[in-house]
Ligand binder design. Structure first.
Ligand SMILES: [Zn+2]
Length: 381
């Protein structure tokens, strides 16, 4: 039987930064166009801005970002060249975390559910001894058709298999040196627009040669926003890093596993402590997931099926772990699980599913080759 098709286009991006960007831009042109339409037509008006104003704002910061990370900026410029869109438009896609959710002082009444659920299961907690990590990526329905897999093959350093919105230089994924990154938003109240956007930071983590460098990339300021980074290494290591622009708190595995949603677990930053309120669905997802994993751990270890069980849990009527869009909500507020990843670092395979994972099959992508893996474990070119 032929292998199942990947649920997302797989774009191979090799060479220097510009060449990688051009390949990404050419391969994802239609999806970048769809993404720009969504953000300019549905999201920008919801925050009282035009997309042109957003683009002007990010272009003003381009020289600063070039000084901080010329390689990433060159890749973004390559994406613009390859796709035919402007550098400002591609930069805006890479900084959407700064405008999708307006900060509290710009009129937002509450921090919306920037939802994602991440996990790591170390070999000692795993039913079959495999190290697995991954996440439900919960975000806006409007970008569901813009997701791509990018297989990055730089001239130096490890290859990286990344899942992202088309045109973005970083999101979550894994590299061939055994490092995986998963991430969760931690609310939008603390942000520093002059610092490095989270897509840049995520890429710095994904391109790291070793796990120490990956941790360093996550915890070294400046950071633009507040993000939880769950880092794992195939040799049996996991750490969770709750970062805000200036400080970091951390969690280590308990009983061999880690689980994280979208609220602070390691401690509430002092800047927020007086008024901090987590989102209801983050608390629900955390409670459901930790309880399920703890019970599986206690009887034979956590299997892949246990993980799928957690990620497809429906308590919460569409706003729980497996998130389904509310068709009555405006487009800029229609949240759902847009993709799910379960990476087996022991096997070197990333399993991906489109949309809510209760409705879609998982397809295995070989991390080293970036191709769909066959049932026999070999990759198809
Ligand atoms: Zn579902």
């Amino acid at each position: 039987m032929p292998p199942a098709a990947s649920p997302f286009p797989i774009i191979v991006a090799e060479g220097d930064a510009t060449q990688r960007g051009v390949a990404h831009g050419q391969g994802a042109r239609d999806r970048i166009a769809a993404s720009l339409s969504f953000y300019s037509d549905a999201v920008a008006p919801s925050i009282g801005a035009t997309f042109g104003q957003i683009v002007d704002g990010v272009l003003a910061r381009r020289p600063m970002w070039r000084a901080q990370d010329p390689d990433i900026l060159a890749e973004i410029e390559g994406i613009a060249e390859g796709s035919g869109f402007s550098v400002g438009e591609i930069l805006a896609l890479n900084t959407r975390g700064m405008f999708v959710v307006p900060p509290i002082d710009q009129g937002a009444q509450r921090v919306p559910d920037d939802g994602c659920t991440s996990f790591a299961v170390l070999p000692e907690a795993s039913a079959d001894g495999h190290l697995r990590t991954g996440q439900n990526w919960d975000y806006l329905e409007g970008i569901a058709d813009t997701i791509v897999l990018v297989h990055l093959r730089p001239e130096d350093g490890p290859r990286q298999l990344m899942i992202a919105e088309a045109g973005q230089v970083g999101r979550h994924g894994v590299n061939t040196n055994g490092i995986a990154l998963h991430a969760n938003g931690l609310g939008a109240r603390l942000r520093d627009p002059s610092a490095l956007p989270t897509t840049f930071l995520r890429r710095r983590i994904l391109r790291s040669d070793n796990i120490t460098a990956a941790i360093e990339a996550a915890i070294t300021p400046p950071r633009a926003g507040s993000t939880n980074f769950l880092l794992t290494h195939r040799d049996g290591f996991a750490i969770d890093l709750e970062t805000v622009p200036d400080t970091v708190r951390w969690l280590l595995p308990t009983d061999g596993w880690l689980f994280h949603t979208n609220h602070f677990e390691a401690g509430i930053p002092a800047e927020l402590a007086a008024t901090y309120t987590p989102s209801a669905d983050s608390l629900l997802r955390y409670a459901r997931g930790t309880r399920r994993l703890a019970s599986a751990r206690a009887v034979g270890g956590i299997s892949r099926a246990d993980i799928v069980d957690v990620l497809t849990d429906h308590l919460g009527d569409g706003r729980g772990l497996c998130s389904h869009p509310d068709p009555g909500a405006p487009r800029h507020e229609r949240w759902m699980t847009v993709a799910t990843v379960i990476t087996d670092l022991t096997e070197g395979v990333m399993s991906v599913s489109a949309g809510p994972p209760c409705e879609h099959d998982f397809v295995d992508i070989d991390i080293a080759s970036g191709a769909v893996a066959t049932a026999a474990g070999a990759a198809m070119a």
